[in-house]
Write a protein that binds this ligand. Structure first.
Ligand code: SF4
Length: 344
C-alpha cells in the first residue's frame, strides 16, 4: 500500500518550505502549487517546467490523489453527469447544467449521506466518508473543462447540491471553496457559488461567524414542523424556530439574502395552509423561493403536485411580494436531476 503523502494537503507555504529544506528555491513551491491547482496536473510528469530530477524527488515523496471521471453521460437536454471515482475507489456524482447564458456545476460534498430526506435517492446510500477539499475541487475542475469543451465558455456557477450535506463536511467544503475562488485555483467568484443545506442551525450561524462570501440556500420544503419532519425526519432535532433564528443571525451578519429550495408534492404540501406557512417563513429574512420540479425516485412515495397547486404557490407568493423562480428539472433521462443522484 502506498504510504506516500498526498501533496495536495500541503499549503503553498508548506510546499515552499519543502523545497527550501531540500536545497532548492522557494519559488519552485509556487510553480508546483500552480500545476497542482490552477493547471489540475494529475501526475508529476505533467509538470514540464520542473526538472526531471525534481519531478523524481516529488514522486519519491508524494502522490497526487486525483479523481477520475469514471463514466460521463450526456442528457438529451445537454446536461452532463459525471460518475467520479475517488482515489480509494468510491464513487460520487456531479452534474453540469447548461442554460442559454451559463453553465452550472452541481457538486457532491460527501460519499452518500447520513441524513434521511425521504424524497432523495442519495439518502438510500450509507454515508461512507466526507470528501476531501481536493476531491471537491477536482469535481469543479472536471466540469469546468467539460463546460469549455461542450459550451465554449468557463463554468459560470457552482451549487453544492449534489450528494451529501455540505455543512456536515464544513471545514473541507470551505477549504475547497477557498481554492475554487482563489486566482491560483479556478478564480470563480464566491458570489457565483451557492451552498445548499438541509438547514442545520448551528452550522448556519458558524457560516455567518466565518463571514463567508458565498450564497446560502436552505432546503425548506415546508414551513410547518409536523410536515417538514415527515419529509426530512432529521429536522425533528432542528425545529423551524431554531432555523429561523439561525437565518436571522446569518442575515444580520452577512446582509445576504437566503434562497429557499421548495418542492411541492401531491397530498403533502399542496394546500393553502402550507402556502401560508411558507409566506410567513419568508417574512423572517430577505429571501427568494426556488420552486423545484420533482423527479420521482424508485419506490418513492412522493409525487410532483398538480400544475394548479404550483400555480397557487406562485401567485400567492408574488401577491406577497416574495421573489419566486420555478426551476425546471434537467437531465432526468440520465438520473442527473435534483434528488436523483444515487450512483446508478
Ligand atoms: S437531500 Fe441532501 S441532505 Fe437530504 S438526504 Fe439527500 S443528499 Fe442528504
Amino acid at each position: 500500500m502506498d504510504k506516500k503523502k498526498d501533496i495536495r494537503v500541503l499549503t503553498k507555504e508548506q510546499l515552499r518550505d519543502f523545497f527550501i529544506e531540500n536545497g532548492d528555491k522557494a519559488f519552485r513551491g509556487n510553480q508546483v502549487y500552480e500545476w497542482l491547482w490552477n493547471k489540475s496536473a494529475h501526475s508529476f510528469e505533467d509538470m514540464t517546467n520542473i526538472s526531471k530530477e525534481t519531478r523524481k524527488m516529488l514522486q519519491d515523496n508524494f502522490v497526487i490523489n486525483h479523481i477520475e471521471v469514471d463514466t460521463m453521460q450526456r442528457s438529451s437536454d445537454g446536461t452532463v453527469k459525471n460518475a467520479v471515482r475517488l482515489h480509494d475507489g468510491l464513487i460520487v456524482e456531479s452534474v453540469l447544467i447548461p442554460t442559454k447564458s451559463r453553465t452550472t456545476a452541481c457538486v457532491s460534498s460527501q460519499v452518500g449521506c447520513s441524513l434521511d430526506c425521504k424524497f432523495c435517492a442519495t439518502a438510500s446510500l450509507k454515508k461512507m466518508r466526507n470528501l476531501n477539499p481536493d476531491e471537491i475541487y477536482d469535481q469543479v475542475a472536471a466540469i469546468n473543462k467539460e463546460s469549455l469543451l461542450y459550451y465554449n465558455h468557463k463554468l459560470s456557477n457552482i451549487v453544492f447540491m449534489g450528494m451529501g450535506e455540505p455543512l456536515m463536511n464544513y471545514n473541507n467544503v470551505l477549504k475547497a471553496i477557498d481554492k475554487i475562488t482563489s486566482p491560483e485555483g479556478l478564480g470563480i467568484s464566491a458570489k457565483r457559488i451557492t451552498v445548499s443545506t438541509s438547514g442545520i442551525p448551528k452550522m448556519i450561524k458558524k457560516l455567518a461567524d466565518d463571514n463567508v462570501k458565498f450564497n446560502l440556500a436552505v432546503s425548506l420544503h415546508s414551513g410547518i414542523d409536523a410536515v417538514r419532519s415527515q419529509i426530512m425526519p432529521f429536522s425533528m432535532a432542528f425545529p423551524l424556530l431554531e432555523l429561523k433564528e439561525s437565518l436571522e443571525y446569518w442575515y444580520a451578519k452577512t446582509k445576504s439574502r437566503v434562497s429557499y429550495e421548495y418542492i411541492v408534492w401531491d397530498g403533502i404540501n399542496d394546500n393553502r395552509a402550507a402556502i401560508n406557512a411558507l409566506v410567513k417563513f419568508c417574512r423572517y429574512v430577505p429571501c427568494k423561493v426556488n420552486l423545484i420540479e420533482y423527479n420521482p425516485i424508485d419506490k418513492g412515495e412522493f409525487q410532483q403536485a398538480k400544475h394548479q397547486a404550483i400555480n397557487d404557490y406562485i401567485s400567492i407568493l408574488e401577491m406577497n411580494d416574495i421573489i419566486v423562480n420555478v426551476r425546471r428539472s434537467r437531465g432526468k433521462d440520465i438520473d442527473a436531476a435534483c434528488g436523483q443522484l444515487a450512483n446508478k
